[in-house]
Design a protein around this ligand. Sequence first.
Ligand code: KG4
Ligand code: ZN
Length: 338
Amino acid sequence: MNKEPIILGIESSCDDTSAAILKGNKILSNEVANQDIHQLYGGVVPELASRAHQQNIIPVVDAAIKKANISKSDIDAIAFTKGPGLLGSLLVGSSFAKSFALGMNIHLITVNHMQGHILSHFIDEGKEIPKFPFLCLTVSGGHTQIVRVESPKKMEVIGTTIDDAAGEAFDKSAKILRLPYPGGPLIDKHARNGNIHAFEFGKPKVKELDFSFSGLKTSILYKIQNMMQKNPKFIDENLEDLCASIQHSIVSILLKKLEKAIKQTGITELAIAGGVSANSYLRSELQKLADKKNYNLYIPKFEYCTDNAAMIAIAGYFKYINNDFADQSETPSARLHF
Ligand code: KG4
Ligand code: ZN
């Protein structure tokens, strides 16, 4: 029997530099360096992200190798995020991966970041994994998709956002509420004791399985500007209710389209992935829906929701066992599709 491959995964598509070591489909290590610098600017500054990746990449890879208790020469392949993402950030990971593959004379594997989020469900943690075909609601800072997943190789986007992503809706709403970046987790936190029906915001009308969040953002902005003119302490006095109502609006938009996709496809095997899948209200509302309708729902561990290299390594593993390798001519792609 062939030995299980040891794969080094590299993720650098946005503002997290991450390296992970996988043996077969089991994680030996998963190191992530976050970039706090962007908090000063209320959003990710691409040039600063790229520079921070350059500083972080070697120490993060070093830490992942040490934590996995292996040596560099044990690694059989290196998998990296080819896109989508910020070009300057992707360039750091891809240049590192290509040099590492060349220097160590090992296989190079390219991974689509969004497919990585989806395939994170297949990291062996002793829990049940989704059965094919399944629907994955992939919700991150840059994307909002409903994906029909037929196999690790065959995935089709059947619904997507026509403007902002769900994570952007969280982050931009948080900015209006004067919360620091990234605001998603803070809205989640403040929403816990708030009333979801305290405020009503505009609901999008988008056809088929597509999403829209820009109207909601404008509706939140106008309502808050209006109320602040009457009472300058409006945000402070209503923060919990505002967060709960905004979160409820975003999650309702997501669930409505997911339910429509379930009806259209007849698929009741469901998964969520991406940074926004860490949202506690989305997780509990989806679980309620699944329990009520008898759907099978797969929710990733928190550490595999936001950007991480473990998901890139597992996607790399599926390519490795299919002998699907890349070469030194690979370049990153900011708008990579499936
Ligand atoms: O997948 P991810 O780490 O990076 C991208 O590929 O974009 O997703 C980041 C997004 C951010 O918009 C962040 O605010 C959001 O995920 N996020 C959350 C939560 N945790 C992260 N949004 C709502 N609730 C959370 N708990
Ligand atoms: Zn992501």
